[in-house]
Design a protein around this ligand. Structure first.
Ligand SMILES: Nc1nc2c(ncn2[C@@H]2O[C@H](COP(=O)(O)OP(=O)(O)OP(=O)(O)O)[C@@H](O)[C@H]2O)c(=O)[nH]1
Length: 424
């Protein structure tokens, strides 16, 4: 899909646009990266690795140049959204724990650990507009804003607060999802498959560009997973070899099971896995995956390349779709507003017809009294609207209250008064 966003020159506060860099004029410089993954997959370690990687890169650059000031790139901006984490190996710029005391919340509301995390996240989300304000201000100074999410994956991915945070971010700036997978724990075809199904569900829920990050490659190389994704027959072969797909394979021996089963207890499971693998084949085509080690920093350069590609995908595919949805919603809201107004006017006319002469007189008096105090630009929702912008509604109001035309108020001033003339 062609990009509808214009690639323009950077604004005054932005760095110079380099070849290949995608900095459409209206988009912030930063890409926000939402780090999601199963409990223990290494989200926090990965996030801290990003911080260390940046610091080490900067040290390397300045050593090469011999002058620390020449190539300094701004450090990523970090947000911790896990209220229950006790220790972090990175220093977040914004930390949910500064706002919410998770332990006290659990005690006061008699909540379990997951209920506590969910409630903490919900409370934090009520203030997320303030956080977003901070992030938006930083988004023209940094390249990456990284959000570390709670350990229990479903608390973020399937909660209303998770959706609100994700949508708010994706509307404000290019946003991508980094889905962390514990590679050594994915050696069993069934575990691999369930992880991929989960990833697939998150991708379709958020509709954001997605990066699969096979973590802990210092313990287990992720090549086997890449092959399973690239070649359906290789996955089938691994399934056949393992018999019981819940047992890990030994990638050094062509996918044979570490502990081979000798019955056919896996047959049903295998055929289920086969069918799901076929379905997921399409999903794999839309994925970019990298292997990293959060302890050795191996693969981090590949990760940042993948982020660059994902940003481009956001600009080309996600943003135009988002703009279309926003426009569609605004049009629908406008249409609904007008049809409700028309309906109300119709009801009023009908009621008027049914009223007795005395009632009608009383209502006319009440309406006249209302007109004296009514600012004709008042739309009824607490907002002063610009009549030039919304001429139809203004016309409708004049239909409704024909006496509210140019008249003189009790104090002799012109009526309706212009906005700004109203005595406060
Ligand atoms: N060898 C190795 N261990 C890792 C790597 N990344 C994380 N770990 C270890 O995996 C364990 C879990 O890592 P965390 O970063 O706490 O995982 P998490 O996903 O943030 O955990 P929760 O938020 O509690 O779900 C820790 O013992 C880490 O040291 C890695 O790349 N290599």
């Amino acid at each position: 899909m062609a990009s509808s966003a214009q690639e323009g020159t950077a604004g005054p506060s932005r760095p110079e646009v380099k070849d290949g860099d995608l900095l459409p004029d209206q988009l912030p410089r930063a890409t926000s990266i939402i780090v999601i993954g199963m409990a223990g997959s290494g989200k926090s370690t990965f996030t801290s690795c990003l911080q260390n990687y940046h610091a080490d890169q900067q040290k390397g650059e300045s050593a090469k140049e011999g002058d620390a000031s020449t190539t300094t790139e701004p450090a990523p901006y970090f947000v911790n959204l896990d209220p229950a984490v006790t220790q972090l190996n990175y220093s977040p710029n914004v930390d949910i724990r500064d706002t919410i005391d998770y332990q006290r919340l659990m005690e006061e509301y008699n909540l379990g650990p997951n209920g506590g995390i969910l409630t903490a996240l919900n409370l934090f989300t009520t203030k997320f507009d303030q956080v977003l304000g901070i992030l938006e201000r930083r988004s023209n100074d940094v390249d990456h804003i990284i959000l570390d999410t709670p350990g229990q994956i479903e608390i973020f991915t399937w909660s209303a607060s998770g959706s609100i945070i994700t949508d708010a971010l994706a509307t404000a700036m290019p946003t991508v999802v980094a889905y962390i997978i514990d590679t050594p724990r994915t050696l069993a075809p069934a575990t691999f498959m369930s992880n991929m199904l989960y990833a697939c569900s998150i991708m379709y829920k958020t509709k954001l560009p997605f990066i699969i990050v096979f973590n802990k490659t210092d313990v287990q190389d992720h090549q086997f997973a890449m092959e399973w994704m690239d070649d359906f027959e290789k996955f089938q072969h691994a399934l056949k070899e393992t018999r019981n797909p819940t047992e890990p394979i030994d990638p050094k021996h062509g996918g044979a099971s570490v502990r081979r089963g000798d019955g056919d207890e896996g047959t049903y499971m295998n055929s289920l896995m086969n069918s799901m693998a076929l379905i997921l084949d399409e999903f794999y085509k839309n994925l970019r995956s990298v292997g990293v080690s959060s302890t050795t920093q191996a693969g981090m350069a590949d990760f940042f390349d993948a982020v660059k590609e994902a940003r481009k995908e956001y600009v080309d595919d996600y943003r135009p779709e988002l703009d279309r949805i926003v426009k569609e919603r605004a049009e629908k809201k406008e249409k609904d507003k007008k049809s409700q107004l028309n309906k109300m006017m119709k009801d009023m006319r009908l009621n008027k017809g049914k009223k007795s002469a005395g009632q009608a007189d009383e209502e006319e008096e009440a309406e006249a009294a209302l007109q004296e105090n009514l600012d004709p630009e008042y739309e009824g929702d607490g907002q002063i609207i610009d009549p030039d912008v919304d001429e139809d509604i203004q016309d409708a109001q004049e239909d409704m209250f024909p006496s509210a035309g140019a008249q003189f108020g009790k104090d002799g001033s012109a009526w309706p008064r212009q906005f700004g003339q109203i005595d406060m």
